[in-house]
Design a protein around this ligand. Structure first.
Ligand code: SAM
Length: 287
């Protein structure tokens, strides 16, 4: 490893200031591995020389932020949250939103879009005829948002959790990649959004998936984000976190309901008025 302690501190401070993501000491190898290709591309002898360049070059800084965001994701990641989506959240909303026949979802920290498009596939299969849905996919990384808009995935990415039936139904070959159908693309809108700063004006969401991103922030930032997400979720809406993330002992704006292995979060004080009926049988067939 060649990155110096002062270069590492400069980069970790930059990333923390711009995204709130923590790169603690011990992550030098990761920072170096991710910055080395950028250093070479910029004609620098090594990562330390590149960090000197970063001190004045805002364009290179943006590339560093893109390179250091952890974009790990997959289709129907962890499965259980998506089971809860079709078993609990959708039946409840199909009852409570019958007057508008519309469902609004936020995929916060969407990475390359597998989460948003997984939800779009389930909506396509389970929403009753005549209903509409919109998924807002946001991320701090402009590169990731470009990927969501392109909706193109490599074979390796397709192999990570996508059922063969969904591949056939929703994707077409595009050279060596696969491209998601226009119908699913129409359901997903992207927007650049940094969770660590105050949110822009957002609509009220019925469901927020904010999964596998809070783990990168410190406790105060997690609390602040959970409080701000609470302000944009409908009073009878839902929030889903990653499997290693929780609001327990952290934020009292949220109540928790267990569904199998998943904790479904609902705004605190929410009282169900009736029991949700099971999904409409014709909707279950995707007709
Ligand atoms: C590990 S991925 C999770 C993707 C997806 N939610 C999932 O669970 O598969 C984390 C994402 O959080 C994004 N991210 C990191 N810091 C962020 C911030 N401050 N605001 C918004 N997104 C951020 C990264 O760019 C990355 O795409």
């Amino acid at each position: 490893m060649t990155i110096s302690p002062s270069s590492f501190t400069f980069v970790s401070d930059l990333v923390r200031r711009e995204t709130a993501m923590l790169y603690d000491p011990g992550k030098e190898y990761l920072v170096e591995a991710r910055l080395l290709p950028l250093a070479r591309e910029a004609g620098c002898a090594d990562v330390d020389a590149y960090v000197v360049k970063l001190q004045t070059d805002l364009g290179e800084r943006a590339k560093v932020l893109d390179a250091l965001t952890i974009n790990e994701t997959s289709w129907f990641r962890d499965n259980a949250p998506y089971q809860a989506f079709t078993d609990v959240m959708l039946p409840s909303l199909i009852q409570s939103r019958a007057h508008v026949r519309h469902i609004s979802i936020w995929s916060a920290a969407c990475s390359s879009g597998q989460e948003a498009y997984s939800l779009a596939m389930l909506l396509d299969q389970h929403l009753p005829p005549g209903w509409t849905a919109q998924i807002l996919a946001t991320d701090v990384s402009p590169k990731m948002l470009e990927r969501v808009n392109a909706g193109r995935y490599s074979q390796v990415e397709m192999n990570r959790g996508l059922p063969a039936t969904s591949l056939v139904k929703y994707f077409t070959r595009a050279g060596s990649e696969w491209e998601v159908s226009e119908d699913l693309k129409k359901m997903v809108r992207t927007q650049h959004l940094n969770l660590s700063t105050s949110f822009p004006l957002l609509p009220t969401f019925d469901i927020v998936f904010i999964r596998n991103v809070l783990i990168y922030f410190d406790l105060d930032m997690k609390r602040d984000i959970l409080r701000r997400v609470h302000q944009v979720v409908a009073s009878d809406g839902f929030m889903l976190l990653g499997s290693s993330e929780t609001t327990l002992d952290m934020d009292d704006h949220w109540g928790r309901e267990a569904h199998g292995r998943v904790q479904i979060h609902r705004p605190a004080g929410y009282q169900p008025s009736t029991t949700a009926a099971p999904l409409h049988p014709t909707a279950m067939t995707g007709a």
